[in-house]
Design a protein around this ligand. Structure first.
Ligand code: SF4
Length: 375
């Protein structure tokens, strides 16, 4: 099993909160497609059988159908896709004309992930998003009309000044679209982003912790009563519509990431990532020497990653698997650290060899994970 991630590092403009690697100069788009195809060929041995493909960004919907045809032709030549169940493309609402939605549906994509973030025009404007609420709704409808059934939308909450009532309106808009998957992330003030600068200079005030918890709690409550399974801290799906690609990250499956700053993982003890610079990336590929940094993951690091990724999921982890993977010592350490949360019966549950966050534990997941991690 393996995943293939393809990074499209272009954005028409930068959103206020974003720290993903992307640039706004689209003049090298054609050269980038050439480089992607070459990188794929150079690194094809990293994985063989591909179960999921994910085009993320940046903004993959800035690519033309012709660009995608070229990339897919290379994927098909180099990898075994006979078991590939999910091929996702991230799209921005204002790129989705009816013709473009039809073109995407003609390509091998069977899932779209739409970066809506909020249905409030003032919030969209503040975040420097390119679209408005009407375009967001239209984009979903256009994808549905083009034949996509597996549609995910992204939302952000915890924006400065956000209230429960404005978040409620957002959730009602999201639910009215009838999409089977919703990812909702709390705003994070990442380093070196314009929104963090606004916060640090006192121009905006982040929501307080009580409001954050209230918004998260309403999200869970509203989506759960509407039939969505809360299968990962930030992800909700109708039955049968979990994101397979993202689930494979949480399961520790190997993946190959192509493009600047794309990360790869060999499924065991090594991670590597491409240089976070488009010009340097292009030059490296041109010289047939990709600019890659790699890191060997020692046992405690692998254990910590296992705890962080598994505990985020509804299923948590199996104690027996933890012992098998990391040995008796780390297993005993984990149980010792988890004991008080399990004993209280409030924050961690232990049933049939499985340890997972309780409904209450989800709200303090960060501190529980920290306690279980090996420092
Ligand atoms: S469109 Fe996406 S990747 Fe581009 S700046 Fe906005 S959030 Fe970041």
């Amino acid at each position: 099993m393996a995943g293939l991630y393809i990074h499209i590092p272009f954005c028409k403009r930068k959103c206020l909160y974003c720290d993903f690697y992307s640039c706004t100069d689209l003049s090298v788009k054609d050269a980038y497609v050439d480089a992607l195809v070459d990188e794929m060929s150079l690194r094809r041995k990293y994985i063989t059988k591909v179960d999921t493909v994910y085009f993320g960004g940046g903004t993959p919907s800035l690519m033309s159908a012709k660009d995608f045809v070229r990339i897919f032709s290379s994927i098909n030549k180099l990898f075994d896709l006979s078991n590939c169940a999910e091929i996702t493309v991230e799209i921005n609402p204002d790129d989705i004309t009816p013709e473009y939605a039809d073109a995407l549906a003609e390509l091998p994509f069977n899932r779209v992930s739409i970066g809506i973030q909020t249905f409030d025009d003032d919030e969209l404007h503040f975040l420097n998003r390119r679209h408005d609420a009407l375009q967001a709704v239209e984009a979903v409808k256009r994808c549905q009309d083009a034949g996509f059934t597996n549609i995910s939308i992204d939302l952000i909450y915890g924006l400065p000044g956000q209230t429960l009532s404005s978040w409620d309106k957002n959730l009602e808009c999201a639910l009215a679209l009838g999409v089977p998957h919703i990812s909702a992330y709390h705003l994070i003030y990442e380093e070196n982003t314009p929104i963090t600068q606004l916060k640090d200079t006192g121009k905006i005030i982040p929501v307080d912790e009580d409001t954050s918890l209230l918004l998260f709690s309403r999200l869970i409550e509203r989506l759960s009563v509407s039939g969505y399974e809360h299968y990962e801290i930030s992800n909700f799906s109708l039955p049968g519509y979990r994101s397979r690609h993202n689930s494979s990250y949480w399961d520790g499956t190997a993946y190959l990431g192509l493009g600047p700053f794309a990360h790869s993982y060999n499924g065991c003890d090594e991670r590597e990532w491409n240089i976070a610079s488009l010009p340097a990336y292009l030059e490296g590929i041109r010289n047939r020497s990709p600019r890659i940094t790699s890191e060997r993951l020692d046992l405690p690091t692998r254990y910590n990653e296992y705890i962080i990724t598994r505990l985020r999921t509804k299923e948590g982890f199996l104690s027996s698997e933890l012992e098998r993977r990391f040995g008796k010592e780390l297993f005993a350490y984990c149980l010792r650290q988890a004991e008080r949360y399990i004993a209280s019966g409030m924050l961690l549950r232990e049933e049939n060899d499985r340890i997972r966050l309780s409904e209450k534990g989800i709200f303090v997941s960060d501190s529980i994970m920290c306690d279980l991690m090996k420092v």
